[in-house]
Design a binder for this molecule. Structure first.
Ligand code: NAP
Length: 541
């Protein structure tokens, strides 16, 4: 049995954990540590845990479920197989979860279909009560949910607490909003007629979510879906199923009826079969997805076969523009939430930081100062600000982007490679002289790397900002009102932040344009995604 030594502990190697990666300059950044096959991870999964249990602090251990949830029952895979879930801070395995496939997904869909008539027949007020209890349960168990989230995902515990509150806010907000799903009465040109418009649930829906916000991406879908009277089968990401199952446990306690919310777990190798069932099964009428643009396109193509509704929250490549007249301290502070948060692994991370030449030296100095003060540590460590990356694949992507930029002439102002903690930790990095054609400017880096691109004019900044197939979020900093309106309107993005790096709230419509997605999550615009509009006409009156 392979063992690796890290931070003084003997640990079983987990999710793509690569030992002994110290800071290595230049080309060694782009070497690709070997990927572990599912089989080798399954061998590791049988190993005894040699490091202390990072989940020992849980108060309510019943939140730690290791079975999937179908039709109100906790179930193993039909063939009994499991996949490992690891702590990215240490590389240790923390759980083994069932590997479900098409057959179990089909049964989950049937269960959701059976539960649909009863759930949609409830009044909006009754459903809102259940959802309010669910949100309250999440808040009551916030510490436990945050610990589970941090241990399986790696983000600092303070960020997990914020995510749990954000996740609960969707349940509360959409439960209330369902009471306001008004229809319409339209004056008719034909005598003896009435025209009425009804908002009805779509039916059985499917949700597929990523690992970077393992709780909030779930409730951002199931809250509007269930509030509107739909039922759902959810597939969480391979890396973070424990948060999904803990939320599910609380749904059960809050009185969500069996079959209304189902969770299908699986390894990455199972995702195509689960996804195929969700997208081809005619009972499913809508698929809500958050994840990469590549997988989003695939799901959309498959949904076309049975003309399902889709809501797609896909990848971004956010520009963050600082004009000469900007408040530089505010801009540096804003990067706290949209660059360093979640170690840069958010879809709305500032990926291209465009700085006007008049302030670039001053801004660089302030940002470097800030980055050097960030605490890199495991997510449960007090005061941690930058945790590990999610897995070896994510780590390799960031180091490749760094190597490409440095090869192309970018200069390292601070950081520049793996952190001395080793494993999946990277140093917060600031690069100057980045150009728009470097890989890190064209693709999401998804890491704690701030690349600064200089520009001269407003037109140039807008041209660079819009020169991407993505259009999720854009930020800019100026104190001039005319610049604010011009630039805000010119940016091709579904979300624009002026003088802020924080844009996430349950009351606002979150979503992208271009290849960043279709539809919106959050706000009253989002509940419209999860309903059908029925035109009902009465004649002979
Ligand atoms: P991903 O690879 O697309 O995975 C997302 C989800 O899709 C996971 O549950 C994954 O399952 C599943 N999946 C993969 N292949 C599938 C298939 N063939 N059929 C059905 N499901 C499949 O994305 P990721 O790399 O984990 O997540 C990061 C991406 O999400 C980034 O691009 C980020 O920008 C985007 N994101 C967007 C938003 C937004 O609101 N726009 C928010 C957060 C993240 P497995 O984990 O089992 O492979």
């Amino acid at each position: 049995m392979n063992r690796v030594r890290m931070c003084g502990h003997l640990v079983a190697p987990g999710r793509g954990y690569s030992p002994g990666l110290g800071p290595t300059p230049g080309s060694s950044l782009i070497s690709r540590p070997e990927e572990r096959s599912l089989e080798s991870r399954l061998v590791a999964s049988t190993a005894p845990h040699a490091s202390p249990d990072p989940l020992a602090g849980l108060e309510d251990r019943r939140l730690l479920r290791d079975l999937a949830y179908l039709g109100g029952a906790w179930v193993a895979a039909d063939d009994g197989t499991t996949f490992p879930v690891d702590d990215p801070s240490s590389g240790t395995q923390i759980a083994a979860l069932p590997r479900l496939g098409a057959a179990e997904t089909r049964r989950a869909i049937e269960a959701a279909g059976d539960a649909l008539p009863g759930w949609r027949a409830m009044t909006a007020k009754q459903r809102a009560r259940v959802m309010r209890d669910w949100a309250d349960a999440m808040r009551e168990h916030s510490e436990d949910l945050s610990l589970i989230l941090t241990v399986e995902q790696g983000k600092p515990i303070a960020e997990s607490r914020a995510e749990i509150e954000y996740a609960a806010s969707f349940l509360e907000w959409f439960g209330e909003e369902a009471k306001r799903l008004y229809g319409d009465v339209i004056p008719t040109p034909i005598p003896g007629r009435r025209v009425v418009v009804l908002k009805e649930p779509v039916g059985v829906t499917a949700g597929i979510t990523p690992w970077n916000f393992p709780s909030a991406m779930i409730t951002r879908k199931c809250a509007p879906a269930l509030a509107a009277g739909n039922t759902m089968v959810l597939k969480p990401a391979e890396q973070t199923p424990l948060s999904a199952l803990a939320i599910c446990e609380l749904a059960e306690r809050a009185g969500v009826p069996p079959g209304v919310f189902n969770v299908v777990t699986g390894a990455a190798e199972d995702a195509p079969a689960i996804g195929e069932e969700m997208t081809s099964n005619p009972t499913v009428r809508m698929v809500g997805f958050t994840g990469s643009t590549e997988v989003g396109k695939l799901l959309m193509r498959r949904c076309a076969e049975t003309v399902k509704k889709v809501s797609l929250e896909l990848g971004g490549n956010a520009p963050f523009i600082i004009f000469d007249d900007a408040d530089l301290d505010a801009a540096v502070d804003a990067l706290e939430s949209c660059k360093w948060r979640n170690a840069g692994q958010t879809c709305i991370s500032a990926n291209r930081i465009l700085v006007q030449r008049g302030v670039i030296d001053e801004f660089t100095a302030r940002l470097v100062d800030h980055a050097r003060g960030l605490k890199v540590a495991g997510g449960t460590v007090d005061g941690a600000q930058i945790g590990p990356l999610i897995d070896q694949q994510g780590f390799d992507k960031v180091t490749k982007h760094l190597a490409d930029a440095i090869d192309g002439g970018a200069k390292v102002a601070t950081g520049g490679g793996p952190h001395e903690l080793g494993g999946l930790f990277l140093q917060p990095t600031v690069l100057t002289d980045v150009t728009p054609d470097m890989v890190m400017s064209c693709e999401e880096t998804f890491g704690p790397v701030a690349g600064l691109i200089p520009f001269d004019t407003e037109e140039e900044a807008i041209r660079i900002a819009n020169d991407t197939p993505f259009g999720l979020c854009a930020y800019f900093f100026t104190r001039d009102m005319a610049t604010a309106w011009r630039v805000g309107e010119a940016l091709e993005a579904g979300i624009v932040g002026l003088n802020t790096g924080f844009v996430s709230t349950e009351v606002a419509p979150f979503g992208g344009v271009k290849e960043s997605g279709l539809g919106r999550e959050g706000s009253y615009y989002a509940i419209e995604e999860w309903v059908e509009t029925k035109y009902f006409t009465f004649a002979g009156l």
